[in-house]
Write a protein that binds this ligand. Structure first.
Ligand code: FAD
Ligand code: NAI
Length: 466
């Protein structure tokens, strides 16, 4: 009889866990994946990336027809909204994708153990009433919404909601107050604004989108304001009470000062996410968490206990699905005795608003903090022929290159296709490209991507169309 039930047991079937499971099975390891949700795919497929992007797409179509570009092009449309149908289409997309993972598990012979996992010891996990053993165990339990003291989320009540509730409202809010001007606040705030809600974003800092390049943050703020989002920057919410169809919020200046109250019909709490480790009984496996609640790992994704590994949102680093996926592949390869690597310096980051906002590598501010001398090239979409032809000229592309070596260290952009264009920047950086390499790469005309080439040309002061 084998010493263990499985070679590898993965806890959590999000983009980190399900990808790790499939790769481990592909590499010939006997693999099981524990998931407590009814469907596979984790936060991303069930209540994150996929449903939010479905609603962003649907709401953008509505907004284009109602307020935007249809009229610019001489097309008269009087769209009406069937919110139920929009939600049903989102649910269909989610169902197809989560079902797809189930299919891939079967195809690759990954066993799905349904239930909540808790450690018994470093090789043993309890799943419901069953006990399972494995030689190696990967923790890929992801993250959940960070609660805000004084503001109790009640997704069932549909007044004060988190991202999961905001993906499932049954009516368009009259006035949605979004707490937190980060990625979720701006994406889901955009969805509901486009569908007709008045949206107020209350953000603790004096700017939106922490972590992104300063110029991109400034431009984003300008554009969101122009689109009609109200901003209360430098403010924090200290309390919210729902009564009937309205919510009263108490808001204070972040720097201190007099509190005021505002009324809303709905509130979205989106102040960040925290790692899921509760109920895992990490101590029984000899593990603990750091002061941010994360499980520490080394560069091979190994925890302090040699046969236990960690990936995705539960370990340090950006909480992004593609980061979790790449770590999933790498950890499986490391367990199989291969060399799995993720270049954490080149993880793209995209906000799927309109226009999209994207970046990879370091910001101009980070270069300064690191004492790295850089040269910057910027190119406005206003001077890009395709954007001009499409009447879609908001934003710019910014290339940051090492002043000495010309190697590109960061690319930031805000424009309608930034989420797609950033892949080219990531690939160039992965290959160690200089701004000159990008400037001398032939880009098809007319495309938005030419703005990236021109921004690279601008690093040495030689763009053509500006
Ligand atoms: P998760 O996807 O959180 O999966 C972990 C799984 O583990 C869960 O299904 C959970 O049920 C299960 N689990 C936890 N504990 C246990 C246990 N003890 N036993 C059994 N099962 C357990 N990222 C992007 O890159 N792009 C986006 O567009 C994007 N959009 C987002 C939109 C929203 C609204 C949200 C909330 C997040 C979004 N994210 C996006 C972030 C992305 O969803 C996460 O970074 C990603 O899902 C992390 O993957 P993971 O595998 O680490 O964890
Ligand atoms: P976030 O970290 O992006 O933004 C939270 C914002 O809330 C910050 O700007 C913070 O300053 C602010 N804040 C904190 N406390 C506050 C308070 N009391 N009052 C007012 N503002 C306050 O977190 P968010 O938007 O919840 O998203 C969580 C994570 O999910 C993201 O960091 C990202 O990793 C992931 N995600 C990624 C997406 C993408 O890749 N497109 C989309 C959605 C989520």
């Amino acid at each position: 009889m084998a010493e263990y039930d499985y070679d590898v047991l993965i806890i959590g079937a999000g983009p980190g866990g399900y990808v790790a499971a499939i790769r481990a099975a592909q590499l010939g390891l006997k693999t099981a994946c524990v998931e407590s949700r009814e469907t596979l795919g984790g936060t991303c497929l069930n209540v994150g990336c996929i449903p939010s992007k479905a609603l962003l797409h649907g709401s953008e179509l509505f907004d284009e027809a109602k307020n935007g570009h249809f009229a610019t092009w001489g097309i008269t449309a009087k769209p009406t909204l069937d919110l139920g149908k929009m939600m049903a289409e989102k649910t269909k997309a989610v169902g197809e994708l989560t079902g797809g993972i189930e299919f891939l598990f079967k195809k690759n012979k990954v066993t799905w153990l349904k239930g909540h996992a808790a450690f018994e010891d470093a090789h043993t996990v309890k799943v419901g009433n069953d006990t399972v053993t494995a030689k190696d165990i990967v923790i890929a339990t992801g993250s959940s919404v960070t609660p805000l003291p004084g503001v109790t989320v009640d997704n069932a009540g549909k007044r004060i909601v988190d991202s999961t509730g905001a993906l499932d409202l049954e009516e368009v809010p009259e006035h949605l107050v979004v707490i937190g001007g980060g990625v979720i606040g701006l994406e889901l705030g955009s969805v509901w604004r486009r569908l007709g809600a008045k949206v107020t974003v209350v953000e603790f800092l004096d700017q939106l989108l922490p972590g992104m390049d300063g110029e991109v943050r400034k431009e984003a703020q300008k554009i969101f304001k122009k689109q009609g989002m109200e901003m209360m920057l430098g403010h924090k919410v200290t309390g919210a009470t729902a009564k009937g169809k309205s919510v009263t919020l108490t808001i204070e200046p972040a720097a201190g000062g007099e509190a005021k109250t505002i009324e809303a019909s709905h509130v979205l709490v989106s102040i960040g996410r925290r790692p899921n480790t509760e109920g895992l009984a990490l101590d029984k496996a000899g593990l603990s968490v750091n002061n941010r609640g994360q499980i520490e790992i080394d560069h091979e994704f190994r925890t302090a206990v040699p046969n236990i590994w960690g990936i995705g949102d539960v370990v340090p680093g950006p909480m992004l699905a593609h980061k979790a996926e790449d770590e999933g592949i790498a950890v499986a390869e490391n367990i199989a005795g291969l060399t799995g690597i993720v270049n954490h310096d080149v993880i793209p980051n995209v906000v799927y608003t309109a226009p999209e906002i994207a970046g990879v590598g370091i910001t101009e501010e980070q270069a300064k903090e690191q004492g790295l001398a850089v040269k910057i090239g910027k190119f406005p979409m206003m001077a890009n022929s395709r954007a001009k032809a499409n009447r879609d000229t908001d934003g710019f592309v910014k290339v940051i290159a090492d002043a000495q070596t010309d190697r590109v260290v960061g690319v930031w952009m805000i424009n309608s296709l930034a989420g797609t264009m950033i892949a080219q920047a990531a690939q160039a950086m992965e290959f160690g490209a200089t701004s000159e390499d990008i400037a001398y790469t032939c880009h098809a005309h007319p495309t938005h991507a030419e703005a990236f080439k021109e921004a690279a040309m601008a690093v040495t002061g030689k763009p053509i169309h500006m």
